[in-house]
Design a protein. Structure first.
Length: 225
């Protein structure tokens, strides 16, 4: 009887030891990689929403860590600062190839170029997923004073649109006036539209018809106020 008891206790202790050992086994390389990816994804996702809604200048590292629910130490383990986070998000935006960051725009002239940009942006605002957040972050990036990404601060697209308005005016497709006024209105229109869509469910998004937007440029009559 005692032998059976001792044998039973021995097996019980072996089972407990086995369970405890499994509980404290070191993570595999694959598990560590997955945990790292999940943490980075959480930081990027929260940062994207914050940069889109508040603007890069108004977002602090505290805001990001609070939104993610992580410590500052964990944030700095993956990213040097919020500029590095922005650059990573911009890299992702490039892969989407819908923000006209890396498209060849030289093949379009005058009013046709402006219509192409407007068409792509309208389609983007109609898409589901988080593309609207990338789009709005991209649109307002040139307004951010503390952003260190010189490419975005130079805002080549803004300068490109000014040149295309000038071409359209030369072709007499666009009324006279300062080309910057047209581009400022054009950019502000999309900034306002995209911002309002950040807070709406996909099913409730409404984007103006392309013809309504292009009416800003298509008018050949200059109004005197």
């Amino acid at each position: 009887m005692i032998d059976y008891y001792i044998f039973g206790m021995y097996n019980f202790l072996l089972t407990i030891a086995s369970i405890d050992k499994g509980r404290h086994m070191p993570r595999t390389v694959l598990q560590n990689k997955k945990i790292k990816e999940n943490r980075q994804e959480a930081i990027l996702k929260s940062s994207l929403e914050l940069f889109s809604k508040k603007g890069f200048d108004s977002v602090s590292t505290d805001d990001i860590t609070e939104a993610v629910g992580c410590s500052h130490g964990l944030f700095y383990h993956y990213y040097k600062d919020k500029n590095e986070v922005f650059n990573e998000l911009l890299k992702r935006a490039r892969t989407k190839d819908k923000l006209l960051i890396n498209k060849d725009l030289d093949g379009y002239h005058g009013i046709a170029a402006i219509k192409m940009v407007a068409s792509v942006w309208c389609d983007l605002m109609k898409s589901d997923g988080n593309e609207i957040f990338y789009f709005h972050m991209f649109l307002i990036s040139y307004l951010q004073k503390t952003l260190k990404n010189q490419e975005m601060k130079n805002n080549k697209l803004y300068l490109y649109l000014i040149e295309k308005v000038k071409e359209g005016q030369k072709d007499k497709d666009i009324a006279g006036g300062d080309p910057r006024d047209y581009v400022d209105c054009f950019m502000s229109m999309f900034e306002g539209l995209s911002y309002s869509l950040l807070y709406k469910d996909y099913s409730k998004r409404r984007v103006p018809d392309l013809s309504v937007i292009m009416n800003l440029f298509d008018r050949k009559v200059t109004f005197n106020v």
